[in-house]
Design a protein. Structure first.
Length: 253
């Protein structure tokens, strides 16, 4: 039997599983996971532990269709996850200064929140994948694959992390409505874009592209020489954690 305290009901009636640490700090860290991932991974555990140690508020949740949250992956899309992120953040991190950490797909969701939330004080992209449904999926699909998706059926896209990604119309259509790489957003807070040079899922150029969409005087692209797409090695995590704490300190003092 699931603990209702760890679930948040959205306006779309999705039951969203979340992890939350409450602290007296004015700063709240929001972690957004990747496609077909969840909040049981190394990055979440590391960042949650770091926030506990530094006494920072922390929030992470499973997107609908992921992990322990309700919904079917094939029927969800970027638009759903952006809505969920906005609602749960406004509820759990109300009046907090928020630092967003977005991993892969979560980097896109997090970037979209910059247009929707006023209390963001920092953004950290980890192998960020903005607009991936168009450029890394739809534009590379065969005519047959496009026909399968357009007809409302599921196209099985091979994956290095799972046996396949079940790609449906909701994911592609939701992506079309939330494209950001053609936009510009001036941010008055630090931006950090981490990317592994051995990432064979999302090319490094996507962190560069996102750094041109999100503009700040304090913006860094941090390349991990041996890093893969997950950036979950102890070296990767320590570097991400270091930037997180430095942003938090700069905004507290």
């Amino acid at each position: 039997m699931k603990n209702k305290k760890n679930y948040f009901l959205t306006s779309n009636k999705q039951s969203i599983h979340f992890a939350f640490l409450k602290a007296k700090s004015k700063v709240g860290v929001l972690f957004l996971h990747g496609l077909m991932s969840d909040i049981s991974g190394k990055k979440v555990k590391f960042i949650k532990s770091l926030c506990k140690k530094k006494r920072l508020n922390f929030l992470a949740f499973d997107f609908s269709g992921h992990g322990k949250s309700s919904g079917t992956f094939e029927k969800q899309g970027i638009h759903d996850w952006i809505l969920e992120a906005k609602e749960i953040t406004n509820s759990k991190l109300k009046n907090k200064k928020i630092i967003i950490i977005g991993s892969s797909c979560g980097g896109w969701v997090g970037a979209k929140l910059i247009w929707k939330l006023k209390n963001i004080i920092g953004f950290i992209g980890v192998s960020a994948a903005p607009d991936f449904t168009k450029y890394l999926m739809w534009n590379t699909f065969s005519k047959k694959a496009k026909q399968i998706i357009s007809s409302g059926k599921i196209y099985k896209l091979k994956s290095d992390y799972n046996s396949y990604y079940p790609i449906g119309k909701s994911l592609i259509d939701g992506g079309k409505k939330n494209l950001i790489l053609h936009l510009k957003k001036n941010c008055n807070f630090p931006l950090r874009f981490f990317h592994g040079l051995k990432d064979n899922v999302v090319p490094v150029e996507y962190s560069y592209k996102l750094s041109k969409t999100l503009y700040s005087k304090d913006s860094l692209i941090l390349l991990q020489e041996k890093g893969d797409h997950s950036l979950s090695s102890s070296h990767d995590l320590k570097r991400i954690g270091k930037e997180l704490i430095e942003i938090a300190k700069s905004k507290i003092n």
